[in-house]
Design a protein around this ligand. Structure first.
Ligand code: MG
Length: 372
């Protein structure tokens, strides 16, 4: 069996605001074979740049476009192809757009392998330990504590048992931060989990001060309190914080996550459509499990990312949690026809071979960016 075509397809809603929302502009990847099967993947990054990472022609050694690397290869050797793509994009890949783009190819290859073998991706990864995964709602803090509380109330009514608020007004003023966290806690009640995403707002000393202020509200984790490259800051904070520290949504490859785990992070959050794909996530959760840490998927784009995350995390012994994005974008809500729903606070892992999802051709057509 051979790969006969690789299609990077750029989808974008008409108005893309400059807010931390991955549901507005994505690159989907389709890998076709000579036996008529197609695998589907997604890249959550800068779609124009990542599309070019596919389309670029062959060049001098280790700087080839991804499509040229994959054409003619046997799609069944997924991990071998990961190594080949990583090596042959070395000069521009490794830690930037090249590895983000590779994530989409890797997801599509796992989907394809599942379709070829008639098995769900979770089975290829060693088998599920659960058929559905507990969801946590992931939303941005509102402008005022009252609005934050009203949103929290909505998620409680949806049956969710965990909610994460992040970004927005959090950061400059400790009184504002505490008011929002207190309002969110009161609205979700004490029998549900509440997490806070600081969106790299502080240095580690300031972050440590916030962990003291947040202690009465019993938050399950404080996410990205310091800059993504402030590895020393993470290490200092993790040594001292009584609240678990989470991070890693901006990191790629299992080597970066090995570093975060060594720095003491309690929860690592790879994004499957960004970090290097399913292959990397599996390596990360194996490491996290061995070190007594927890991997929780960062997942804030389309149903393709969600389905891939569910297949992966359903196989991880201590992995009963997935980020569930509630943004209204049609690329999140409508692109995947059988979008996994939240039922009693949990999300079923899609059945069927591969990722078990189907795309809506009308949505694809409506939002495709034309390059010619
Ligand atoms: Mg985050």
């Amino acid at each position: 069996m051979k790969i006969t075509a690789v299609e990077p397809i750029h989808l974008r809603v008409p108005v893309v605001e400059a807010i931390p929302d991955g549901t507005l502009d994505v690159l989907i990847v389709k890998i076709h074979t000579d036996e008529g099967l197609t695998g589907i993947g997604e890249v959550t990054s800068q779609s124009y740049v990542c599309k070019a990472c596919f389309d670029a022609p062959r060049s001098a050694a280790r700087r080839h476009g991804l499509t040229s690397i994959l054409l003619g290869e046997d799609p069944r050797d997924v991990e071998g192809l990961w190594e080949k793509m990583y090596y042959e994009t070395n000069r521009y890949g490794r830690r930037g757009a090249g590895i983000h783009a590779m994530s989409g190819a890797d997801i599509a290859l796992w989907d394809l392998k599942g379709k070829i073998e008639g098995k769900p991706v979770s089975e290829l990864l060693g088998g599920r330990v659960r058929d559905d995964v507990r969801a946590y709602a992931s939303v941005l803090f509102a402008d005022t504590p009252e609005e934050t509380a009203a949103m929290a109330q909505e998620y409680v009514e949806m049956g969710l048992t965990a909610v994460k608020f992040g970004w927005g007004p959090i950061g400059p003023d400790p009184d504002v931060d505490v008011a929002h966290v207190a309002a969110a806690r009161e609205a979700v009640g004490w029998d549900r989990d509440l997490m806070v995403d600081a969106g790299h707002a502080w240095d580690w000393e300031t972050a440590l001060g916030r962990t003291e202020l947040f202690k009465p509200f019993k938050i399950a984790w404080l996410e990205e309190p310091v800059g993504q490259d402030d590895r020393k800051g993470y290490a200092e904070l993790c040594k001292r914080s009584e609240i678990p520290i989470a991070g890693g949504e901006g990191d790629v490859t299992h080597w970066d996550f090995e570093d975060l785990i060594e720095r003491g992070l309690d929860i690592v959050q790879p994004d499957i459509a960004f970090c290097g794909g399913i292959t990397v996530c599996k390596r990360v959760s194996d490491m996290a499990t061995a070190q007594g840490r927890k991997a929780v998927p960062h997942c804030f784009s389309t149903g393709i990312n969600l389905a891939a995350s569910l297949h992966w995390i359903s196989t991880v012994p201590d992995g009963d949690l997935v980020e569930y994005c509630l943004r209204p974008s049609p690329l999140m809500r409508k692109l995947v026809v059988n979008l996994p729903p939240v039922i009693d606070g949990r999300v079923p892992v899609p059945a069927g071979p591969g990722l078990g999802i189907e795309l809506d051709p009308a949505i694809e057509e409506e939002f495709t960016v034309r390059y010619d």
